[in-house]
Design a protein around this ligand. Structure first.
Ligand code: URP
Ligand code: ZN
Ligand code: ZN
Length: 466
């Protein structure tokens, strides 16, 4: 099946023009002011889509997703079926999942396990950030192999989560030296694990057990210290680093200061921090648990720093950190102790419309910044560009035909994730992905999945630096 998209307004990170797009054999093969369907040789096997009045974006890329996440005594509740459906309904055509093995697991076995959960089930294209939790000689050999032979050009480290995913400074330094040699990006969760553990113990001892105490247990200083720490190691080793889910002014400043010193550092924001503030985690009757994520939701003023950072390019990408745990069976594990609430605030399906509504429509970012942050930069930083992240001849035909004036309400009823709540329940949003294609096949229409499970592929990535 080939595809002809007519009369659309194509918007990329740096272009805005009207043209027709013809896609065959999974790629974009022609972009011209007018393409007449009768001129095409495969007219019998052609779907023509009229995109009049619509914006045509490159497929959106979510650079920070958890699907299989064994964490805090439970496992995240999506699989590649539910996550693909949610992603596609929301306009995301490629996602990067975090492989998060335990401290005793071999990286090679973890890679095989995570890949097997995606293969044959995913309907989006996908790749992985490989978390480094174990770093003995065997693990080092396997990590090299995963980077060199499996096309996984990014590692993930956790400076947080003492006793779980946390990496020691000794291993961090050695890993970053290796990453520099391999041309692999080191993505990092930047919060100081020891400070958090001490503050959590103090708060619990004082009887402060509700979800509203999650933020005070990991204040902005803890995150800024993490960013500074990572950047100092990057300065010493020459590694390229990417701070995931950066939530606050102090942390963004630490990254910008490091960049001024010549450190190769990039910053990710995630949708929940851009639109939610800490009062959500303070909601009564344990409702706040739905909003317990790390780093935590902050005071409202930090949202403007994040939007300004996107405008100035201090922040490169917007992901979700989709980490779905059900409210009733999973978040409830921490009813008497906030340190036991599985951390995560899911937004895979909602990201694009939330950012369009609260970013573009409110005049905080323009359309190009929106596309750049939600698609192009992730493709560039993680070795997928220009196959992904733009609309040009030769790129994968991953496209989002977007109705900019459609209005709808976000609710758990229309969520395709395996969740029992929607963090944005009742929110009105503008903008709707009408048609979403992955490599030339329509996978979602008007918020419904219409594609084929198993069509998703592991994206082959290139190293972006040496
Ligand atoms: O709260 C979060 N972020 N949960 C998922 C694990 C992580 O830190 O990314
Ligand atoms: Zn994290
Ligand atoms: Zn995460």
């Amino acid at each position: 099946m080939s595809l002809l998209i007519k009369n659309g307004r194509i918007v990329t990170a740096d272009d805005d023009y009207c043209a027709d797009i013809y896609c065959a054999h999974e790629t974009i093969t022609r972009i011209e002011p007018t393409i007449d369907s009768s001129s095409l040789t495969d007219a019998g096997n052609l779907e023509v889509i009229d995109a009049s009045g619509k914006l045509v974006f490159p497929g959106f890329i979510d650079p920070h997703v958890h699907i299989n996440l064994p964490f805090m005594g439970t496992n995240a509740c999506d699989d590649y079926e539910s996550a693909s459906k949610a992603a596609l309904a929301g306009g995301t055509t490629t996602l990067i999942e975090m492989i998060c093995p335990g401290p005793d697991d071999e990286p090679a076995a973890a890679f095989t396990e995570w890949r097997s959960l995606a293969e044959g089930l995913a309907a989006v294209d996908y790749t992985f950030h490989m978390a480094v939790v174990r770093f003995d000689e065997l693990a080092q050999r396997q990590l090299r192999q995963i980077a060199e032979e499996e096309g996984i050009k990014s590692f993930k480290v956790f400076l947080a989560y003492k006793g779980a995913f946390n990496i020691s400074d000794e291993n961090l330094f050695a890993l970053m030296t290796m990453a520099k040699e391999l041309g692999v990006m080191v993505t990092a969760h930047c919060e100081n694990a020891e400070a958090i553990a001490s503050m959590q113990a103090q708060l619990i001892a004082q009887g402060k057990t509700g979800p509203e105490w999650h933020e005070p247990s990991r204040p902005t200083t803890v995150e800024a210290e993490g960013v500074h720490h990572l950047c100092a190691f990057a300065e010493l080793t020459g590694a390229h680093v990417y701070c995931v889910h950066t939530s606050c002014d102090e942390a963004v400043r630490a990254a910008v200061e490091a960049r001024h010193r010549g450190v190769n550092v990039w910053v990710e924001a995630v949708a929940p921090h851009l639109v939610l503030d800490k009062t959500y985690a303070e909601r009564p009757d344990f409702e706040g648990a739905k909003y317990v994520m790390s780093p935590p939701l902050r005071e409202k003023r930090h949202q403007e720093t994040l939007w300004n950072g996107l405008r100035s390019r201090a922040i490169s990408t917007i992901g979700t950190d989709h980490a779905p745990f059900k409210f009733h069976d999973q978040k409830s594990m921490g009813r008497n102790d906030f340190t036991k609430i599985p951390n995560g605030c899911p937004a895979l399906q909602e990201r694009v419309s939330l950012i369009y509504t609260h970013g573009v429509r409110k005049g905080r970012i323009d359309l190009h910044t929106f596309v750049d942050a939600c698609s192009t930069q992730a493709a560039k930083l993680f070795g997928m560009y220009p196959r992904k992240g733009t609309v040009r001849v030769g790129s994968d035909a991953d496209l989002v035909i977007f109705d900019p004036v459609a209005q709808r309400t976000l609710t758990v009823e229309t969520s395709l994730s395996n969740l029992d709540y929607c963090a944005f329940e009742g929110w009105e949003v503008f903008g709707m992905p009408n048609v979403v294609t992955v490599r030339g096949e329509v996978q979602a229409r008007d918020g419904r999945f219409v594609g084929s499970l198993g069509r998703g592929q592991l994206v082959d990535r290139k190293a972006t630096h040496f």
